[in-house]
Design a protein around this ligand. Structure first.
Ligand code: SF4
Length: 405
């Protein structure tokens, strides 16, 4: 049986491929690309049909972060000319959220820059969630406030949060080259705290930061082991004024291969095309919908996406449908695992029993962190930088202009 037949068969059974099979997906050629998309598409349709979940970002507090994440336009010392503002008032955030929900979003993602929240910040977000749920009790709320201290996840859960986002971003091996002010283990710890408090864990990655294929496979397997219920796949937006401004390493074909690899490793988990969709997939975005079952509607935290209506048109034209508020995102068996893991206060992955050593779930699963590091993937650099496609957000939350939804 060839690679794609094997991956399809495993994905339809909800089984995870081997590391070697995941690496082989990333090594496929452009001639094989449509076959890769078709194989991942079969797995996607098995577990998620033709539904596309829409998520809407509200940046509660923008810029001026004391952390130094190299990829981030809000980092310490960033020269990127992004919007900078402190906490939105609950009514302002609720107004922005309402626009996203009216545009079709099922989940609102409340994000604030910073290392982590103070207890006063948890109070602010509690008030914001109440304002949003007052207007629309059915909306899912995911909160993203950075590293959590003890009991903060429990407070967010009690206040009505459904999920907590904290991305691992890249492999444990390379994390220290991307960020110096906190560690990979810190990130794992926060995902575990969120999960342990009964919040659905949303944790993903950023591709295009100069990582190797092995790094990508490492982080995707680590996310699987962590029991992430949704995996946002970001494609680096190389903002001028950040250390990674020159890292234009992605092509649409490479992005599709990465999405397919993530899907095969997470056959029955929400896979979301996140930041960088328009910049890197460009006219290939509809093919991404055959692999991922979730996207952001409209704009991102500090950059503008395509018009919300263009997102809706793309979904319809490609033969997909927006997931409704009453529809479950995860397949029943997967939701049961997530709920049981949350109730037990542990990781939801298959190697949950081995978690806790070495600072968290990252080292579980037996993959070879000690292996020699391959050269960074430089595929696609002949596309050249596409700075023309990077648009700093100038509308929506924190401005006088209407949100893009
Ligand atoms: S990713 Fe978050 S913690 Fe890191 S610099 Fe950006 S806002 Fe700060």
């Amino acid at each position: 049986m060839d690679l794609l037949d094997t991956l399809t068969a495993k994905g339809l059974r909800g089984e995870v491929p081997t590391r070697e099979e995941a690496l082989a997906v990333l090594a496929t050629t452009d001639d094989e690309l449509l076959d890769v998309v078709a194989a991942a598409g079969k797995v996607r349709r098995r577990w998620f049909g033709r539904r596309v979940k829409l998520n809407y970002l509200v940046n509660l507090k923008s810029g001026l972060c004391p952390e130094d994440c190299s990829y981030c336009s809000q980092r310490l010392g960033s020269k990127a000319e992004i919007l900078k503002y402190t906490w939105l008032k609950p009514e302002q955030a609720a107004d922005a959220a309402r626009a996203g929900v009216a545009g079709g979003a099922k989940r609102v993602c409340l994000v604030a820059s910073g290392r982590g929240p103070t207890d006063r910040d948890i109070d602010r977000v509690t008030d914001t969630m109440a304002a949003i749920k007052d207007a629309d009790p059915e909306v899912e709320i995911c909160v993203c406030l950075g590293l959590l201290s003890d009991n903060q996840a429990e407070r967010l859960k009690a206040a009505g949060a459904d999920a907590y986002n904290h991305n691992l971003n890249t492999s444990e091996n390379t994390y220290g080259t991307i960020t110096k002010t906190h560690t990979y283990a810190d990130r794992v710890d926060t995902v575990q705290k969120a999960h342990g408090a009964g919040l659905s864990a949303c944790s993903g990655l950023i591709a295009g930061m100069g990582e190797t294929d092995e790094d990508l496979v490492d982080v995707v397997f680590a996310l699987r082991e962590l029991g992430s219920d949704s995996v946002p796949v970001n494609f680096l937006i190389p903002f001028e004024g950040t250390p990674l401004a020159k890292e234009w390493n992605l092509t649409p074909q490479r992005c599709l291969r990465i999405l397919a690899m993530v899907r095969f490793v997470n056959p029955d988990t929400e896979v979301r095309i996140a930041g960088g969709r328009e910049v890197h997939l460009r006219s290939m975005q509809p093919l991404g919908l055959h692999i991922a079952n979730s996207i952001f509607l409209g704009d991102y935290l500090t950059s503008e996406g395509q018009a919300g209506q263009a997102d809706l048109d793309m979904i319809k034209d490609a033969g997909f449908e927006v997931e409704g508020a009453g529809e479950a995102t995860l397949p029943r068996h997967r939701a049961d695992v997530a709920e049981a893991a949350a109730a037990a206060g542990s990781c939801g992955g298959s190697a949950a029993s081995a978690c806790g050593s070495g600072g968290g779930c990252g080292p579980c699963g037996g993959h070879s962190h000690g292996a020699p590091v391959a050269a960074p993937v430089t595929e696609g650099t002949d596309d050249g930088p596409r700075e023309d496609l990077v648009k700093v957000r100038r509308r929506g939350a924190g401005t006088e202009l209407a949100p893009n939804a």
